[in-house]
Design a protein around this ligand. Structure first.
Ligand SMILES: Nc1ncnc2c1ncn2[C@@H]1O[C@H](COP(=O)(O)OP(=O)(O)O)[C@@H](O)[C@H]1O
Ligand code: SF4
Ligand SMILES: [Mg+2]
Length: 322
């Protein structure tokens, strides 16, 4: 399969009051068309920042080093105007809160049409017809009547379907979905995820899904990247990662997951301690302050990835003891 996305040695440096700080370190992964990859980790680990780096949407003053290639084209070198074309045409984005992605003052038909006019050069009538097809594709009930609805007239789940329609408008090769269902009710979450899975399968798009929900990951992505402290601490085929949980952090994440069917009041195992601030990461292993296996050597340098199995790697110097 041809390469869709190749990220190598991606680093993001933020400007802080105390000077430059390495927020993302040595992130590397690649995707072919049709690949489904999940980015998982606690809040504050750098998942969204990784997605924003891919799309050239980092905060002012952030420096990006390393390489991000989409179909072989180096994105880190592109000027903003060219990046804007890539974002509109080749990468579709869905974020956690649909209202932030939608303009409350414009009808949803107009917002979907805008993308088609801008990036595909469609005229008003053609854009409207295509917007309707897209709304039908994302299974928005009564799509024809809803073309002229405003975002506030829709439910949260319906709004997220509209955001997905906008993301699909130009037929992207890669869909980046950052916690796309976290803000929705549980039953609606499942419907929206089913929709995303179906669309990705039908179109053969690559999917980069960000979630903190292990169950969602197990059902949706073929490969997992476990993120902690601004780096990928374990990566591999989803079944292999869940089967081995080689990194102490992956193990903690798994132990802390909420489970269905536990007696009420059962205490869930949690990982003690807090996620380090990305602007203030320790020098060595970012998990050192929370890890039961920590030794002095862990704090010396960020551990290099070690091979656990085929395509399965872990950044921990003591994973064999875990
Ligand atoms: N402009 C910034 N300056 C300093 N720190 C920032 C900045 N933007 C984000 N961060 C850091 O990034 C963290 C959030 O990272 P993020 O990628 O949003 O995490 P996740 O999506 O995994 O929850 C925050 O806790 C904060 O430490
Ligand atoms: S490198 Fe050390 S501190 Fe980091 S996860 Fe492994 S054992 Fe724990
Ligand atoms: Mg986030």
């Amino acid at each position: 399969m041809s390469e869709l996305l190749a990220v190598s040695d991606l680093r993001v440096t933020l400007q802080t009051a105390r000077g430059p700080a390495a927020a993302l370190r040595e992130i590397a992964f690649s995707m072919a068309r049709g690949d489904t990859v999940g980015l998982i980790g606690e809040s504050g680990c750098g998942k969204s920042m990784t997605a924003l780096a891919l799309m050239g949407l980092l905060p002012e003053g952030a420096r990006v080093d390393g390489s991000i290639r989409l179909h072989g084209e180096e994105l880190t070198a592109l000027p903003e105007s060219a990046l804007c074309r890539v974002r509109g045409n080749r990468i579709g984005m869905v974020f956690q809160e649909p209202m932030t992605a939608l303009n409350p003052l414009h009808t949803i038909g107009r917002q979907i049409g805008e993308s088609l006019r801008l990036h595909k050069g469609l005229s008003g009538a053609a854009a409207r017809a295509q917007a309707l097809r897209l709304l039908e594709r994302v299974q928005l009930p009564q799509a024809a009547q809803r073309l002229d609805a405003y975002p506030h007239q829709l439910s949260g789940g319906q709004r997220q379907r509209v955001v997905i329609a906008i993301a699909l408008a130009c037929g992207p090769d890669l869909l980046v979905a950052d916690e796309p269902t976290t803000a929705l009710d549980v039953t609606i979450q499942r419907e929206v995820l089913d929709l995303i899975r179906e669309l990705v399968r039908e179109d053969g798009m690559g999917l980069l899904l960000i979630s903190h929900d292990l169950g969602v990951m197990a059902d949706t992505v073929a490969r997992l990247l476990v993120m902690y402290g601004g780096t990928v601490v374990e990566s591999g085929p989803t079944a292999a990662v869940f089967g081995r949980l080689a990194h102490p952090y992956s193990r903690g994440l798994f132990a802390a997951r909420p489970r269905i069917g536990l007696p009420r009041g059962t205490r869930l195992a949690t990982i003690p301690g807090r996620v380090p601030e990305l602007a203030d990461l320790p020098r060595g292993c970012p998990f050192a302050d929370r890890c039961a296996l920590v030794v002095d050597a862990c704090r010396a340098a960020l551990p290099e990835p070690d091979e656990v199995g085929p395509g399965h790697a872990v950044r921990c110097i003591r994973w064999k003891d875990a």
